[in-house]
Design a protein around this ligand. Structure first.
Ligand SMILES: *[C@@H]1O[C@H](CO)[C@@H](O)[C@H](O)[C@H]1NC(C)=O
Ligand SMILES: *[C@@H]1O[C@H](CO)[C@@H](O)[C@H](O)[C@H]1NC(C)=O
Length: 367
């Protein structure tokens, strides 16, 4: 009896522990204040949709033409995709919104935002948290209902002024990025686990979306590993890669993985410490996210002078396989890189780029 009770207790504790593990990625993340813009401006600070005055948008500071809009079809035939709540802001030419937040010096964070462009032109969203600043292109359509984007930064003091800026000068002043929700996530520094030279090897530390993002989270191009919204990894390509979670997608292992959504223009890399002339085994999983992405896929992996092409036939049902190869280090640092050989689009939405999923990247020396 006592044994049975102990067993049940242990089982309960185990279940509780695994339940905790399952929710952990979601608790470290919060909206900025009025981060989903559902706290409405005082009507006296609104002229139609235009916000009047620096403090017209509750909890934010604004400059330039910032509009407070409601999602859906608009007069004039435009459609504003607002998937997180009902309201959003639109940044006109040279407009900004900013908020000062409390952070921990030295800590790595990701801003996670629902953002989309409003016109056919390429639009850019400039995100800055001094001294860091980056331009996020909103030109490529990855999904029809607005994208969720993550941008990484490292805090340099205990407060940070987060600014979103439309640096564009469009002829049509009603064009400009639409911001629909803004959250922040604090990362635990990536740690190396025994028997694996790859940090954050299963993509378990990443910008899990606080909001119900059924289209994943785009990690914009050219983000360095020390600032990346995917700790440990470099987004080194011209186009974004997508971070996906197990709540909305099929993920080979654990809760996070990456989807290589833009062919050879969408690469992810990490630099490992290696011993020259030593031989290493690189193992990784390739699969599909169960998101209607069909076809003959191919992931190419590179390490030192060695490469491997891994074909994967996706029927969009969410499978995976593992592959491995050996490489010989030539330097004290070895870059491992992955990209998809081909482009794919979803069968239910030809406007949405998709691709093979990469997960569980493991490198260890061969004895
Ligand atoms: C998330 O979005 C999906 C698809 O739009 C919907 O079916 C689901 O109910 C949503 N879940 C929550 C918690 O809002
Ligand atoms: C790499 O290691 C894995 C796991 O031990 C093993 O299954 C695989 O065969 C190895 N691959 C090579 C090319 O040695």
């Amino acid at each position: 009896m006592a044994v049975a009770v102990t067993f049940v207790l242990c089982l309960t504790l185990l279940l509780a522990a695994s339940a905790f593990a399952a929710v952990r990625p979601r608790v470290a993340e919060v909206y900025l204040q009025n981060g989903n813009f559902e706290e409405k401006p005082d009507p006296k600070n609104l002229q139609k949709t235009k916000l009047i005055g620096k403090y017209a948008l509750p909890k934010w500071e604004i400059t330039g033409l910032v509009e407070y809009v409601t999602g859906g079809p608009q007069p004039g035939g435009m459609f504003f995709p607002v998937t997180h709540g009902v309201h959003a802001v639109r940044l006109g030419n040279d407009a900004t919104i900013s908020q000062t937040i409390k952070v921990k010096p030295g800590q790595l964070y990701a801003l996670i935002l629902g953002a989309s462009r409003t016109c056919a032109q390429d639009e850019v969203l400039r995100i800055s948290v001094p001294p860091q600043s980056g331009d996020v292109p909103l030109q490529t359509l990855y999904s029809l209902n607005g994208d969720v984007i993550a941008w990484g930064f490292r805090a340099s003091s205990d407060i940070a002024k987060v600014t979103f800026h439309n640096p564009g000068v469009q002829e049509d002043p009603t064009c400009g990025p639409l911001l629909d929700a803004i959250a922040i996530r604090e990362f635990y520094p990536p740690i190396l686990t025994r028997g694996n030279l790859v940090k954050n090897s299963g993509f378990e530390e990443g910008p899990f979306p606080i909001f119900n993002s059924t289209s994943g989270v785009l990690l914009p191009p050219k983000q360095q590993d020390f600032l990346s919204p995917l700790p440990g990894w470099i987004i080194e390509s011209l186009k974004a890669v997508k971070f996906i979670d197990s709540w909305h997608f099929n993920v080979p292992f654990g809760h996070g993985a990456v989807e290589l959504v833009a062919g050879r223009e969408s690469a992810i890399a990490q630099i490992l410490r290696t011993v020259p002339n030593k031989v290493y085994n690189l193992t990784f999983a390739v699969g599909d996210a169960k998101n209607g992405c069909h076809g003959s896929m191919m992931v190419e992996a590179f390490a030192a002078k060695d490469t491997l092409k891994v074909p994967y036939k996706s029927v969009g049902k969410g499978g995976f396989k593992t592959a491995s190869f050996r490489f010989k280090a030539t330097e004290a640092r070895t870059r491992i890189t992955f990209y998809s050989s081909y482009y794919h689009t979803r069968i239910d939405d030809f406007g949405s780029l998709c691709g093979p999923v990469l997960d569980q990247v493991v490198v260890f020396p061969v004895a």
